[in-house]
Design a binder for this molecule. Sequence first.
Ligand code: SF4
Length: 162
Amino acid sequence: MKARILDIVRGTTVDGPGFRTAIYFAGCAHNCPGCHNPQSWDFSGGEEMELQDIVDIIYEEDFDVTLSGGDPLYQPMFASALIERIHELGKRTWVYTGFLWEEIIENPLLRDAVSQAEAVVEGRFLETLKNPDLAFRGSSNQRIIDVKKSLETATPVEIMRI
Ligand code: SF4
């Protein structure tokens, strides 16, 4: 199983709490004006990587994991399989996506993809609500969703609001 990956960073501190291994997926079609990384929109960008090669890198590091991009949920089958493997390694996953939580849970593929993640940082980036002081997100409309609690209660539960 393969996905197109832009980059893998070992030890980032900006994509969720603590040191993390960050996997940046190629491709995004949300077209947010003011996107910090429009070169990540190209679905043919980066390079094709095997699931096992990414798992091996994650295994080597004593870090939790973040999937970002681009938007990893445009490759939902791969994201689902990767999050499952990360979960089996006893590590936690945060997923960054431009999809809203409400859009994710309505789509069985996306819902399945994030079901083993700890958190989903969701929603389009809105330049008018940009705030560099926000923790782990670019604009104040974006929410950090606690996946387990949100699925259990069938309502979006935020992990923190800073
Ligand atoms: S979802 Fe993220 S990567 Fe995609 S256009 Fe919006 S800000 Fe850029």
